[in-house]
Design a protein around this ligand. Structure first.
Ligand SMILES: C[S@@+](CC[C@H](N)C(=O)[O-])C[C@H]1O[C@@H](n2cnc3c(N)ncnc32)[C@H](O)[C@@H]1O
Length: 800
């Protein structure tokens, strides 16, 4: 692409960079005319779409080689390695009706099942046995392995039936005696349970909807003066109400999660990962996701007649039950789940989905999905649907305009290789694609999942907290995908949102985090928030990423957080005034202040700030009666007007925080010197930074972690508490960030044996998290329940 871009003449580049929405058709047409005759352009398209060059093609030979590697590791007892090679082999295996492929597929599933059995992954092992049997029902080893793993799962009835099937099919005497041995053992265990059937819990696919949210909120799209369309409700909304859930119009997995997360639902893949049946790129967590993502359908071989082997009626029924399970499931999927063929047009020999950035792949998927829908509705004569999303083309920087033109042209040629003349590459489709790319930039959302860390896994398995070193690392947010939602895109942004967005798999959930009166705007945060960044940082980030100037309430009115977040402390004793790097101006007799820094000017209303006691303390001068003040420059206290040496304060603060972080990362057990150094640096930082500054909160948190590391938990509690107090001022007491810090505090308190303190902290966490996640909180943070049980049991032990 870069080489192609370098060939474009400067005057065309300039025209594209300066183009507006009205001129878009013209610039698209000019670039199309320039690129079309270039041999390099066709070479690029060939590299991206030519099936001969495709990196994603499957290969039976590669699958065989990988299987041999897997066998080598298995025989050495290295089961993790063996599992990985068998999976890679399955990824490479062409899924045709060819007998060799079918046999090899069944063998690979059984081999992988054996490795997983050795690793104690019984449910995964059972699923692979079912897949092997689905492919080749007469495969003795698959029935034998199924019998063994069912015994491990204590499904003794099924295990005995599986082994009896294996025994009837096995022809060799030695094979029969091995199976008989196993059967004897399992029958013994089965008799020990008095024949009681232990339920088979092999189907682990989770239901994702929140059953407890029964009263849907009525939403309406409204027109707002400053932000275009927006969302509101004609009725008052209580806190924590579920406002909306939605499946994406299109979604794509992040590059960093391609080998670890399902490309359809974005959950982490299990050990028995599945692959696209026609190309080697996507991975899936289950057959359901594999089918919903489209691609060519995987076809299980069901042609097997139990009667041929003279099985007893019971065994014949067992075989039919097992072999039809996959088939029945597929039919059920067809009934209940919409197939979203977003991957179909990409697979079977293209490279572009692996090469393009996520936004461009997403644009391709939006087109493909709408083509499929239009094809079904018989409307294929118009190739592209127009979406009513905001696009801001006119505000986009010139370099990005050129890049979007290039991608639109290349993407339309790539789409044409699949849809041929149903998708013509004309100036009209290209300019529509440019706008679609802009719409995706402005409206798409990052899908964030909460990662279960090792500690959380232990919690889930019912173990108690163990290693003190790990207690502070239990919550991590991972950006797993990028998606666009039709209704979700109508929610505007606020830097102090009243709506919280989260995801279960690829489903978007929106929930109110406070009481919202009827017809008040319902707004979520696109990223920047009060307490996390100051006003100027937020504005810059939204302008760069989404091309708009934020007009939310927090960006229009003076608030405490923005005044103190990056402030220095006033040199005068007993003055809580904030010293900032920005200049404030206040015209006489006006009720607003103007703030300017780095060529950026913002006007902030003082309307509600005047009565705020905290703002009075930190910025008294800004609220003085008109006429008393007209300007406070950088380095002066906003309350009393004292001056500081700003450069030296910045240097002291940066050095202190950096050194504290380094010490925290390097402190080894019982290093008292490291800790006393860190405490000295904290005092230094506090001597220059405002007591509510974000950097002080961060430093307190680092020091708490350092104390946890050396097992000194009393002071860890004190510093964690100090950090929470500041976060409550910067955000607000029920903000999710405060909830995360409270989890840290609770785990430290548990280790200290402070059951009452931990119970209180966990109660606060529950209140905060329930506001944000409603009944889904237990699904997303399963270990909070276990923390709570621990806290109650410690507290009751102490009270006895
Ligand atoms: C995801 S869309 C929201 C729906 C949009 N208002 C519309 O009319 O389609 C995002 C766009 O809405 C506008 N917007 C959202 N929040 C805003 C805010 N706080 N201030 C100004 N404009 C905002 C901007 O134009 C932004 O690019």
């Amino acid at each position: 692409m870069e080489r192609l871009k370098s060939l474009i003449p400067n005057d065309l580049k300039h025209a594209i960079g300066e183009s507006t929405t009205e001129k878009l058709a013209l610039t698209c047409s000019s670039l199309l005319h320039f690129l079309r005759p270039l041999p390099l352009f066709h070479q690029v398209i060939e590299e991206l779409t030519g099936s001969e060059m495709a990196l994603c093609r499957k290969s039976q030979k590669a699958a065989l080689d990988l299987k041999l590697e897997g066998n080598r590791y298995f025989s050495k007892g290295e089961f993790h390695q063996a599992l990985s090679f068998y999976s890679q082999a399955l990824r490479q295996l062409p899924m045709s009706f060819d007998d060799i492929d079918v046999k090899l597929g069944a063998t690979l599933y059984v081999n992988r099942a054996a490795a997983m059995h050795k690793l104690g992954l019984f449910e995964e092992c059972l699923r692979d046995c079912n897949r092997a049997i689905g492919l080749l029902p007469s495969y003795v080893k698959a029935w034998y392995r199924r019998g063994k793993v069912n015994a491990s799962l204590r499904n003794y009835v099924a295990s005995v039936s599986d082994l009896e099937v294996a025994l009837s099919m096995e022809s060799s005497t030695s094979g029969k005696s091995i199976i008989q041995e196993e059967l004897k053992m399992v029958t013994g265990k089965h008799d020990g349970t008095n024949g009681a059937r232990i339920p088979n819990n092999s189907d682990t696919e989770k239901e994702l909807t929140s059953l407890a949210d029964s009263h849907p909120v009525v939403l309406q799209c409204v027109s707002t003066p400053a932000k275009g369309k927006g969302m509101a409700s004609p009725k008052d909304i209580p806190p924590a109400s579920l406002l909306h859930t939605e499946e994406p119009l299109a979604a794509v997995v992040m590059k960093s999660c391609r080998e670890t997360h399902c490309h359809f639902c974005f959950n982490e893949v299990p050990a028995d990962v599945l692959f696209c049946s026609s190309c080697t790129i996507p991975i899936y967590c289950s057959q359901k996701c594999q089918e919903q993502a489209g691609g060519e359908q995987f076809c299980w071989n069901r042609a097997f007649c139990p009667a041929q082997n003279n099985f007893s009626p019971d065994l014949a029924k067992h075989i039919t039950d097992v072999t039809s399970a996959n088939y029945t499931k597929n039919i059920e999927n067809d009934k209940h789940f919409e197939h979203i063929p977003e991957h179909r047009h990409e697979c079977g020999g293209t490279n572009w989905p692996a090469v393009f950035p996520p936004d461009i792949v997403l644009a391709g998927r939006v087109v493909a999905n709408s083509m499929e829908k239009r094809r079904l509705a018989g409307k294929i004569s118009v190739p592209m649907e127009n979406f009513d999303f905001a696009h801001h083309y006119d505000k986009i920087p010139p370099d990005s305009k050129l890049e979007f033109h290039m991608y639109a042209i290349v993407l339309s040629f790539c789409l044409q290789t699949y849809y041929s003349m149903d998708f013509p590459c004309t100036e009209s489709t290209v300019s529509q694609l440019v706008l679609l790319i802009c719409q995706i930039k402005v409206n798409s959302m990052a899908i964030i999942h909460i990662k279960s860390t090792d500690e959380a896994e232990k919690f889930k398995k019912g173990q108690k907290l163990s290693a003190v070193n790990n207690v502070l690392s239990s919550i991590e947010q991972v950006r797993v995908g990028q998606a666009i939602y039709l209704t979700g895109s109508l929610f505007n942004h606020s830097c102090q949102p009243n709506v919280h967005a989260y995801f279960l798999s690829r489903t978007l959930f929106l929930r109110s985090t406070e009481f919202v009166p009827a017809w008040s705007p319902l707004e979520l945060s696109y990223g920047p928030q009060v307490g996390q960044m100051d006003l100027l940082e937020r504005q810059k980030s939204l302008e760069e990423q989404y091309y708009f100037t934020c007009q939310c309430l927090s960006c229009s009115e003076l608030n405490l957080s923005d005044l103190v977040i990056n402030a220095f402390r006033c040199p005068k004793r007993n003055c809580l005034g904030a010293v900032v790097e920005t200049a404030y101006q206040k015209p006489q007799h006006e009720n607003f202040v103007q703030l300017s820094a780095k060529s950026h000017v913002c006007r902030l209303s003082l309307r509600d700030s005047v009565s705020d006691k905290e703002i009075q303390k930190v910025a008294h001068k800004l609220l003085e009666k008109s006429g008393a003040f007209s300007h406070v420059g950088p380095a002066y206290c906003l309350s009393c007007g004292s001056r500081i040496d700003l450069d030296s304060a910045i240097a002291t603060s940066n050095n202190a925080l950096l050194s504290i972080k380094r010490l925290k990362d390097s402190i080894i057990l019982n290093d008292g010197i490291g800790i006393s150094n860190a405490l000295h640096l904290l005092d230094l930082l506090k001597s220059v930074r405002h007591p509510y500054s974000k950097l002080v909160a961060q430093a307190e948190d680092y020091i708490a972690e350092a104390f946890v590391k050396i097992g000194n938990l009393e002071p860890a509690t004190k510093h964690c508490n100090a950090s929470i107090k500041i976060l409550e001022k910067l955000y607000h007491a029920k903000h999710i960030v405060v909830g995360h810090e409270l989890i840290k505090l609770a785990t430290i308190q548990l280790h200290l044996g402070d059951g009452t303190g931990a119970t209180d902290s966990i109660k606060q966490v529950e209140v905060i998290f329930s506001l944000h996640y409603g009944p889904d909180v237990n699904k997303i943070f399963p270990y909070i329940g276990i923390l709570k049980e621990d806290a109650v049991s410690i507290a009751s032990r102490l009270s006895v």
